[in-house]
Design a protein around this ligand. Structure first.
Ligand code: GDP
Ligand code: IMO
Ligand code: MG
Length: 426
């Protein structure tokens, strides 16, 4: 059976966790294909909230095999803590598999992430300071340590010796910090983490292909989102991996012909955490309502998310970049109290109208959004379970988004709960 990709179409936190959890009911396997514990994917079940950082969002179901793919960067301490926390809450994580080819986040990655942000000062990116960028940089520089190295203490130590020599020079001579001890790191990773992780480490490419050959349904869960993509996002205000659907092939070890469906997740408005351009950003008034009603504070860092109106120019671009088959719109209920709503349908720059994303970032920083105004519904949507229960204005809003983005909208979120969803046919 072919695989399905779930991908964020904006700047993250669109509700990928909730959608992945919902779709996982019909799946056999859920694979995280990139990112690390910079992600925070929330699932609310019977009023109980689970915020997952590294574990795939299908983990709550006993029938799912959760897989951390080769494209992910893994902090083993964080992973074990997450497993322990979920286990203490009655979730069985014993089926989890972690790719031996995934890269490890090491203590110097986290330290460098924080230091570099401080050095950037006013120009900082606003990273999650989890070591994500430095870990992917080492992967690309071919000095990274991989999860499989935990199973070979000799190789682990050899590699660590080489890389730590350089990292300690940088820490001490460039940033005036204390060097890190190889013995401390090796002890923590090899004595504390490795024995516990060993049974989970394996050949996840083999596992995924065996599942495909057996006709099983696989969901590939993206973290972050299209406009945080290293290649296609608002560089340099991006993460260091490829969340776009193409990244799912690389990060799970399958070819594009195995994917038959790509579901884009979009909030009914838009948010972004950290620095970078955001044409439809709103401040007091509208912005405050969106943050308050949407509880727009980061799952991982607790930072206030920057709010704004739905930007169809960006989501249209996400449709192209990901070959989206459909979109699921979340958090429609957050717009319940507005008398009128705005949707950005194009950008204006020096008198030129842009329906598609301008390739030059300077232009993106300078554009003025062109809005269409739509009537609000001023009705509580959170109890709606069927399409006919949605007010006409809410349906019109969704139809308008689908028209603007050029793909159907099939699911609409009206609350954080697992079942607070309306099936739609735009
Ligand atoms: P992710 O990173 O894409 O998985 O999204 P997050 O979990 O970081 O952020 C989405 C937030 O919105 C979470 O707190 C969800 O519980 C919540 N959420 C998801 N869908 C809906 C929805 O339709 N309505 C409301 N009100 N909240 C939602
Ligand atoms: P989920 O999967 C929202 C943002 C950070 C920062 C930039 C780079 O929950 O949607 P990094 O630590 O990755 O080097 O930070 O990316 N960022 C996210 N924003 N949701 C996320 O994940 C994010 N992961 C990273 O705020 O601007
Ligand atoms: Mg999140």
């Amino acid at each position: 059976m072919p695989a399905t990709v779930v991908v964020g179409t904006q700047w993250g936190d669109e509700g990928k966790g909730k959608l992945t959890d919902l779709l996982a009911r019909e799946m056999n396997m859920v694979v995280r294909y990139q990112g690390g514990h910079n992600a925070g994917h929330t699932i609310v079940v019977d009023g109980e909230s689970f915020a997952l950082q590294l574990l795939p969002s299908g983990v709550l179901y006993p029938h799912i095999t959760p897989v951390i793919g080769n494209g992910v960067v893994v902090d083993p301490g964080v992973l074990l803590d997450e497993i322990d926390l979920l286990t203490s809450r009655g979730i069985d994580c014993s089926k989890l598999k972690v790719s031996g080819n995934a890269h490890l986040i090491m203590p110097y990655h986290q330290e460098l992430d924080a230091i570099i942000e401080r050095y950037l000062g006013r120009n900082k990116l606003g990273t999650t300071r989890r070591g994500i960028g430095p870990a992917y940089a080492d992967k690309a520089s071919r000095v990274g340590l991989r999860v499989q190295d935990l199973l070979d203490p000799k190789i682990f130590r050899q590699k660590l010796e080489v890389v730590l020599k350089e990292k300690n020079q940088i820490l001490a001579k460039v940033y005036n910090r204390l060097p890190l001890s190889i013995d401390d790191i090796a002890k923590r990773y090899l004595d504390d983490y490795a024995p516990r992780l060993a049974p989970m480490i394996g050949d996840c490419v083999g596992l995924v292909h065996e599942a495909l050959e057996a006709g099983q349904a696989i969901l590939l869960e993206g973290a972050q989102a299209t406009f945080l993509d290293l290649d296609h996002g608002t560089y340099p205000f991006v993460t260091s991996s490829n969340p776009v659907a193409g990244g799912a092939c690389v990060g799970a070890g399958i070819g594009p012909r195995h994917i038959d469906k790509v579901i884009g997740i979009a909030k009914a408005y838009c948010t972004r955490v950290g620095a970078g351009p955001f044409p439809t950003e709103q401040f007091e008034g509208v912005g405050e309502v969106l943050v308050d009603r949407g509880h727009e504070y980061g799952t991982v860092t607790g930072r206030r998310r920057r709010p704004g109106w739905f930007d169809a120019v960006m989501v249209r671009h996400a449709v192209r970049l990901n070959s989206l088959s459909e979109i699921a719109v979340t958090k429609l209920d957050v717009l319940d109290t507005f008398a009128t709503l705005k949707v950005c349908v194009a950008y204006d720059h020096d008198g030129v109208r842009h329906r598609h994303l301008p390739y030059h970032q300077t232009v993106l920083h300078e554009v003025t959004p062109v809005y269409e105004e739509l009537p609000g519904w001023e009705t509580d949507l959170t109890e709606a379970t069927e399409l006919r229960e949605l007010p006409a204005a809410a349906k019109d809003y969704i139809h308008f988004l689908a028209d603007q983005c050029g793909v159907p909208i099939r699911l609409v979120g009206v609350g954080p709960g697992r079942d607070q969803l309306v099936r739609f046919d735009s």
